[in-house]
Design a binder for this molecule. Structure first.
Ligand SMILES: [Zn+2]
Length: 303
């Protein structure tokens, strides 16, 4: 039996990942906060250009703005878009809701997004069940979100897809569409592009794959680590790179032609893009699109 590890390059590859995970998990929360603080002082995030198109991330929880934020990050950096992150809830634990708002603001400062809260402690009970059973409570959230969207007139809105397998994510999907319907009722010419995100469950109709560089992913992990209370409980900032790697495998088959050439990306973000106009959702073209690091995300949205 050959015990020479260097003769087993695939084992070496897996061992190196395991070693890196062990080391990163051992980092204290203070080291994570320091990483983000150093980035804030040494790498000031780009500022949006004047009259820039607006991208709104409707985040079910503080932290989803970083997790799904690959495309907005590229739009900000490459094309000077203004990116507004809207926290819908602050999680279900009342003891953490004010702290989560602070973490959200720190994460946005780290990555360059503009933080916006819907309520001091976030909205409560944003679920499909609430939508069905408590329409008056639901309407309050819809109108709060619609007010923000009408004022921001976003060219692009991100929110979870309809089957994202987590109650608040699914609720946020419906809240966003209901709010857009209110905006359209008041502004009949209102139109925007929607990019549906996934995290808890994969979506069936992904049609956009956006390459991310190691620098993008490093900044996303660092910003995600600003949610110190959450990542101390479950270090999901450390699994973000692995998830973005797997998007290349899946996106290569689903966004591209099945059995075709998978792009030579290491990391990618995956979305389902649709158009919102005349108060309803419409498909946005028939073919999938892949945006490599050298292409322009801004051009991909024709704004
Ligand atoms: Zn979430």
């Amino acid at each position: 039996m050959n015990n020479d590890k260097s003769a087993q390059p695939l084992h070496e590859f897996v061992n190196a990942i395991a070693e890196l995970m062990r080391g990163a998990k051992a980092l204290p929360a203070s080291a994570m906060a320091l990483d983000a603080a150093i980035r804030r002082t040494t790498h000031s995030p780009p500022t949006p250009r004047e009259n820039a198109p607006v991208c709104v991330i409707v985040a079910p929880h503080p932290d989803d703005e970083c997790i799904g934020g690959g495309l907005p990050l590229r739009l900000l950096r490459e094309s000077g878009w203004r990116v507004v992150a809207l926290a819908v809830t602050h999680g279900s634990n009342p003891a953490r809701q004010l702290a989560r708002a602070d973490e959200f603001i720190a994460a946005c400062a780290s990555i360059g997004f503009e933080p916006m809260l819907l309520a001091e402690r976030g909205l409560g009970r944003v679920t499909g069940h609430t939508r069905e059973t408590d329409p008056s409570h639901w309407a309050v959230g819809v109108h709060l979100l619609a007010e923000k969207l009408a004022a921001l007139k976003p060219a692009l809105v991100l929110c979870p897809h309809a089957l994202d397998a987590q109650n608040t994510h699914i609720g946020t999907h419906h809240l966003t569409l209901d709010a857009l319907a209110v905006v359209s009722a008041n502004l009949p010419n209102f139109a925007t592009t929607l990019a549906f995100t996934e995290y808890w469950s994969t979506m069936t109709r992904a049609n956009l794959l956006v390459e991310l560089t190691a620098a993008h992913v490093g900044d996303m992990v660092s910003a995600l680590a600003c949610h110190v209370g959450e990542v101390s409980r479950n270090p999901f900032h450390l699994t973000l790179p692995g998830w973005l790697i797997d998007n290349v495998r899946r996106g290569g088959e689903i966004v591209g032609m099945s059995g075709g050439n998978v792009p030579n990306y290491t990391f990618a973000a995956i979305y389902n893009v649709m158009r919102w106009r005349d108060g309803a959702l419409h498909t946005a073209g028939s073919s999938g699109q892949m945006v490599g690091r050298d292409a322009s995300c801004g051009d991909a949205f024709n704004v």
